[in-house]
Ligand binder design. Structure first.
Ligand SMILES: *Cc1c(COP(=O)(O)O)cnc(C)c1O
Length: 432
């Protein structure tokens, strides 16, 4: 079991995304091998027992660790500047582990109001049945956040660049409140990616990712990750909020996590939650994500440049009422994008309000030809969707208004095709 401690943090992100964590000289293959195995052979029964007791770190069974997944974990850790990471079967599984590693029945978590729809249902509905209460806070107005923290608050969760609202969080304002109360902050960095934003630099404790989006990049795989920052052990040690890390775990022969000299947060996810729930990433899917990660930096920059040009084109179009895109100087989140994102690059997510009825707006969606009507994001291919009738169709009219999903809103995930072709496609669909 690797702790993903990195010695190559001085290398650039592009170099680490391609080389870190894999020793090609010993393996002699340029491509990271796919370790398609359920279990691992031990040299001796002593070695087997030492691995179970954590006296020796190493592979036991692929529900816990796998060498292909390990390379991906190391690369994600180094790109985010973290101490250790765990890859999971999906982004949703990553969030489930990130939260339930801290909170149990009777506890609460504070959750930003602008987040991914699947995260909303997980936190507000499914976890409620496990006795964990999600309490909403306004990501655009943090003045009431502190008053919502009580002794049962185990985590504060938000998205750095939210999907689909395209809101940018004031990360430092948020983490400074959490630090006062020694509450762990969890940031979903899926849309910004570690190339545009590094939440650990701004005080975040834990990062989650859906690797299914920009990181794999081609819409071919589901995967997720949880990453912990350097030094998180000190926040957990003797912290009454996290007593279960400081007391013997009877499911692991009385192990006290804070007594182990490894990053404690991900250690507990691996040896307790992955062990028992098993939403592990397969070696093959890890390998696919590794291929995507190699070109992430190139792609996210191209997505962002294309999207900014599209946003500017839309903003000047007579049939467009308004455009949301943080890299636009007129956007309400522009100052935050400037502060937290590399060169204010804001990914491929753009939304706009069409000057027309719901029916006319849906016609625009149906009239594009290069754009595909898809609810995913982060694909190399450009995608278009009408949120009010799809991703947000379960919401009532007043709820739709509250979250800003108007009947004439269109969301785009701008791909890396030629800008000229995307612009002409939209131009034709928008009409005169
Ligand atoms: C897609 C997404 C998720 C869920 O990830 P899956 O890999 O689809 O399970 C979580 N958060 C954000 C921001 C997402 O876009």
């Amino acid at each position: 079991m690797s702790t993903n401690q990195s010695s190559n943090k001085k290398l650039g992100k592009q170099t680490n995304a391609i080389h870190f964590g894999y020793d090609k000289d010993s393996q002699q293959t340029m491509s990271v091998p796919i370790y398609q195995t359920t279990a691992y052979a031990f040299d001796s029964s002593l070695q087997a027992s030492n691995r179970f007791s954590l006296q020796e770190l190493g592979n036991i069974y692929s529900r816990l660790t796998n060498p292909t997944c390990d390379v991906l974990e190391k690369r994600l850790s180094v790109l985010e500047g973290g101490a250790a990471s765990i890859v999971t079967a999906s982004g949703s599984a990553a969030l489930f582990y990130a939260i339930t590693n801290l909170a149990g029945s009777g506890d609460n978590v504070l959750v930003a109001n602008k987040i991914y729809g699947g995260s909303t249902t997980l936190l507000f509905h499914t976890l409620k049945r496990f006795g964990i209460k999600a309490i909403e806070f306004d990501i655009d107005d943090l003045s009431t956040l502190e008053s919502k923290i009580d002794s049962k608050t185990k985590a504060i969760f938000f998205e750095t660049l939210s999907n689909p609202q395209i809101a940018v969080a004031d990360i430092e304002a948020l983490t400074s409140i959490a630090k006062k109360h020694k509450v762990i902050t969890i940031a979903d960095n899926t849309v910004a990616t570690p190339i545009l934003c590094n939440p650990f630099k701004h005080g975040v404790d834990v990062i989650t990712h859906s690797l299914s989006k920009y990181i794999s990049g081609q819409g071919s795989v589901l995967a997720g990750a949880v990453i912990e920052r350097e030094g998180l052990n000190e926040l957990i040690k003797d912290n009454p909020r996290y007593a279960h890390f400081n007391e013997p775990d009877s499911s692991y022969h009385g192990l006290v996590y804070t007594s182990v000299p490894l990053p404690n947060y991900t250690l507990r996810i691996r040896i307790a939650l992955l062990r028992d729930i098993g939403a592990t990433l397969s070696a093959f899917n890890a390998w696919l994500v590794i291929q995507g990660l190699e070109t992430l930096a190139l792609r996210i920059k191209k997505h962002s440049k294309n999207a900014l040009k599209i946003a500017k084109f839309l903003a000047s179009h007579p049939k467009v009422e308004s455009v949301s895109y943080p890299a636009l100087e007129s956007d309400r989140y522009h100052a935050l994008a400037k502060k937290y994102f590399y060169k204010s690059y804001s990914s491929g997510l753009v939304s706009f309000v069409y000057k027309g009825s719901e029916e006319e707006t849906r016609k625009v969606v149906d009239s594009t030809s290069i754009f595909s009507i898809v609810v995913n994001i982060g694909d190399t291919k450009s995608l278009i969707v009408h949120p009010a009738s799809t991703t947000h169709s379960q919401l009532s009219e007043s709820e739709l208004k509250e979250v800003g999903i108007l009947p004439n809103l269109i969301r785009l995930s701008i791909g890396i095709e030629d800008f000229k072709d995307l612009k002409e496609d939209l131009e034709e669909a928008l009409g005169k």
